[in-house]
Design a protein around this ligand. Structure first.
Ligand code: PMP
Length: 357
């Protein structure tokens, strides 16, 4: 018999492949600006590493511990290699967190709106999800309200920083103050999928807080700034006391060999990361200037996308799609999320928005 909760789930539905959408709509070329990928592609280092890969390894199982990648990431983020858990994208890490820690009846806290997978996996585990709305004006998390929502049943708290879809960013100091209010038996999951895009402060990550708090898990992905979404590599830095239970829940070969090769090559090209961050910052500035000129309300983003209040959002989305640009709606009524594209793409979309209104 199907679990009762499964019937009522509202799962993430992957987007229709662009080629199918183009055919369906009769639009010759559609640019995806809806999935927060890297508009500037992928490091050439990755192309070389993948092309140089020894195909004879295809018949071998991957290294289940991703040892080479583990050592490199550990050195890069300066943590013990034994604290790292890799997943088939952060999607898998989120699922693993839910499967390992949530029991039916637990409460899971999250700001709202945020990344939808947290809720989905809490619901699969029969937990009660408690949404704490973000500040309506700024889009920032209401950390006081989040702390006040903690009850004896609270098991997990999700914090996405910068947050998807609002793009808002919290400095490590604010996170530290919040963590001091969280009981030690409540796990805080800090999703830093977009952290590398932050330009507001020089050391934006909450990584140093891992030394202070035993109930903090930090998550990163190669899908965003590294431009490797198709390879599916994400990882979490996990307190030592918790990692062995998570390792025993995960599949033994969850990271294929070529993905390990690609992620390692991507990590080794930090120039690409720096360049992407700068180009994204330029795009961000251009979008904020445009939205201000249009009189459209937006949240100040530190990620590679902007979330803004768009009257007749669904009609605007359709209009953009007919003209070759796919953006994201449905995250909040009358708001759209647009992933920054190249300068040309951004200007084209901005012109279309101007024409629409
Ligand atoms: N966390 C956040 C906040 C995201 O936006 C995404 C992807 N959209 C993910 C995690 C999952 O990323 P991936 O599985 O590609 O690593």
């Amino acid at each position: 018999m199907l679990k009762k909760t499964i019937e009522s789930l509202n799962p993430y539905v992957p987007e229709v492949p662009l080629a199918d959408l183009e055919k369906q709509l009769g639009v010759p070329k559609i640019v995806r600006m809806s999935a927060n990928e890297n508009p500037f592609g992928t490091s050439d280092n990755v192309r070389q590493a993948v092309l140089n890969w020894n195909f004879n390894q295809a018949r071998d199982y991957p290294d289940g511990d991703a040892e080479q990648l583990r050592q490199a990431v550990a050195k890069f983020v300066q943590v013990d290699p034994d604290q790292l858990l890799f997943g088939c994208g952060l999607d898998e890490v989120i699922e693993l967190v839910a499967r390992t820690f949530i029991e039916p009846g637990d409460e899971v806290l999250e700001p709202w709106p945020t990344f939808s997978e947290y809720k989905l996996h809490a619901e699969i585990e029969d937990a009660k999800i408690v949404d704490v709305p973000v500040n309506e004006t700024t889009g920032q998390f209401d950390l006081d309200a989040l702390a006040a929502a903690i009850t004896p049943k609270t098991k997990l708290i999700w914090l996405c920083n910068p947050n998807n879809p609002t793009g808002t960013y919290l400095q490590p100091e604010a996170i530290r103050d919040f963590l001091k209010k969280v009981p030690a038996n409540v796990l805080v999951l800090l999703d830093e999928a977009y952290m590398e895009f932050v330009t507001e402060v020089a050391q934006p990550s909450a990584l140093p807080l891992l030394k202070e708090f035993d109930n903090l898990v930090l998550m990163r992905t190669f899908s965003k700034i590294y431009g490797l979404a198709s390879f599916r590599v994400g990882y979490a830095v996990i307190p030592k006391a918790l990692i062995s239970s998570m390792q025993s829940v995960r599949l033994p070969y969850n990271l294929n060999t070529l993905s390990q090769v690609a992620a390692l090559a991507a990590l080794q090209d930090q120039d690409f990361v720096t360049q992407t961050r700068q180009r994204v910052a330029t795009a961000r500035q251009a979008w904020e200037t445009f939205l201000t000129q249009q009189g459209l309300t937006y949240y100040h983003s530190q990620a590679n996308f902007v979330f803004f209040n768009a009257p007749q959002a669904e009609q605007l989305k359709d209009y953009l799609l007919q003209n070759g640009y796919l953006v994201r709606s449905g995250l909040r009524p009358d708001w759209l999320r647009i992933t920054y594209g190249s300068t040309e793409q951004n200007q084209a979309v901005q012109k279309l928005i101007q024409t629409f209104y």
